[in-house]
Design a protein around this ligand. Structure first.
Ligand SMILES: NC(=O)c1ccc[n+]([C@@H]2O[C@H](COP(=O)([O-])OP(=O)(O)OC[C@H]3O[C@@H](n4cnc5c(N)ncnc54)[C@H](O)[C@@H]3O)[C@@H](O)[C@H]2O)c1
Length: 400
């Protein structure tokens, strides 16, 4: 018997994952619930899910094995905790939570319940991060001593409409969500490749100047007027990491919204919107082709006849050549993907962890290291860049 899964929140993002959970061979049933029942109903019909449930509480009282949380970004902590305490394995969209206390409580609950917790960090499977992870594992950087991660997503490129859909009439109060409380796409893309974590931070917040009521302290439910923020982190291995979280920026986010740079003593890797290069002390190698995500073609698309057989899976699954699509269920072939080819891997990581009891790559301890640095960076920005220590919950145990 496969797993029974309940999705919480049938908004803009959940559908991409509902479809994949349903396709996974280890998943038997997929239910969904939303505060707005018509959204849950529409997603059920669109993706032919098992059915809707009346509420989050009804889902926890049901016999689903696992829940996948796709509610608004500041709401995850309490929902995740309630689900773990109700005996459910948990997949959570990013971020893990928005306070130190929520994160500590989730780690404690995972330790006590021995249930699977995974944060669905898309940057962990960003092709640049996958590429850098491989180079790092082979020791090709030498000592990595400086890294950069940017999440550059301008509000004008989709965020106004997304927050309006998400926040109803009071949407402006939610659209001011502090950039550093959504740090996982930048921090996670760096830390997903190297074996280090942040121990202290100094951050500068840039106050917004557009004057349209978004990022206005008088309107903001987060009392926030920073629309961009830049943080410099000290790492546990003595290195440094620079993170940018930008929401007002002249940059084509739709081409590539997360970008990374890694500098080692022997080699370096640098990525821009449409280019990526590997460099050692003598040469520059353009590796853009390796990390460019392919369009998702239908399995019977005639142009596939001309494609190198080793790249065929990448072409029918919206992945990059650097991705290891061969580890995924064949049922995913031809299914839409997203965020530079990451969605298929995230769904498979979670289902595999629940089905086998293994630790997912972005488990609670790793998720904390992707999220806490941003929470403390925001506090630093509020104190004009005061350098602050970052708490650490340690490495994930080998098993629970
Ligand atoms: N690259 C990425 O990893 C990525 C990209 C997009 C969104 N996300 C994350 O996905 C999550 C969802 O984003 P979205 O754009 O779909 O949001 P959304 O606002 O469109 O949808 C959220 C839905 O959750 C519902 N909801 C809220 N609380 C609920 C509850 N207690 N019970 C049942 N339903 C509830 C709301 O009614 C809404 O329909 C966010 O946390 C966001 O950060 C991640």
């Amino acid at each position: 018997m496969g797993i029974s899964l309940g999705i919480v929140g049938a908004g803009q993002f959940a559908g991409h994952f509902a479809k994949l959970f349903k396709l996974h061979p280890e998943v038997e049933n997929v239910f969904i619930t939303d505060l707005l029942p018509e959204r849950a109903q529409a997603t059920t019909e669109r993706y032919d899910l098992t059915g809707t449930m009346e509420s989050f509480e009804a889902m926890l009282a049901s016999d689903v094995d696992a829940v996948a949380i796709f509610t608004q970004r500041w709401t995850h902590g309490p929902l995740v905790l309630a689900a773990l305490r109700a005996g459910k394995h948990v997949y959570s969209a990013v971020p893990m939570a928005i306070s130190e206390e929520e994160i500590a409580a989730i780690i404690e609950a995972v330790r006590e319940t021995k249930l699977t917790y995974m944060m669905g960090e898309t940057s962990y499977y960003n092709p640049a991060t996958v590429y850098a992870r491989k180079q790092q594992a082979e020791g090709r950087f030498g000592r990595v001593f400086y890294t950069e991660g940017d999440y550059v997503h301008d509000m004008d490129l989709g965020f106004y409409s997304a927050y309006e859909y998400s926040g109803g009439e009071a949407w402006k109060s939610t659209a001011s969500y502090p950039p550093m409380l959504y740090p996982t796409h930048s921090v996670g893309g760096v830390l997903g490749a190297i074996d280090a974590h942040a121990v202290s931070v100094s951050c500068i917040g840039v106050k917004d100047q557009r004057g349209d009521g978004v990022f206005d302290k008088d309107v903001s439910m987060f009392d926030n007027d920073f629309s961009n923020a830049t943080a410099l982190f000290e790492m546990n291995d003595g290195g440094a990491m620079r993170i940018n979280e930008m929401r007002r920026v002249g940059y084509p986010s739709h081409i590539r919204e997360s970008r990374f740079r890694f500098f080692g003593t022997e080699a370096s890797f640098e990525q821009l919107a449409q280019t990526a290069v590997w460099q050692d002390k003598e040469t520059v190698t353009d590796v853009s082709e390796l990390i460019d995500t392919k369009p998702t073609l239908a399995l019977d698309d005639p142009s596939l006849a001309d494609v190198d057989p080793s790249l065929r899976d990448a072409f029918v699954s919206g992945m990059a050549p650097v991705h290891d699509g061969a580890r995924l269920p064949r049922e995913f072939l031809g299914a839409g993907n997203g965020h530079e080819g990451s969605h298929h891997f995230l769904v498979d990581d979670f289902v595999t962890a629940v089905a086998t009891g293994s630790m997912p790559p972005v488990n609670a301890w790793t998720a904390a290291r992707f999220t806490l640095p941003g929470i403390i960076a925001h506090q630093s920005a509020l104190q004009r860049g005061e350098r602050l220590d970052i708490p650490d919950h340690g490495d994930a145990p080998a098993s629970l």
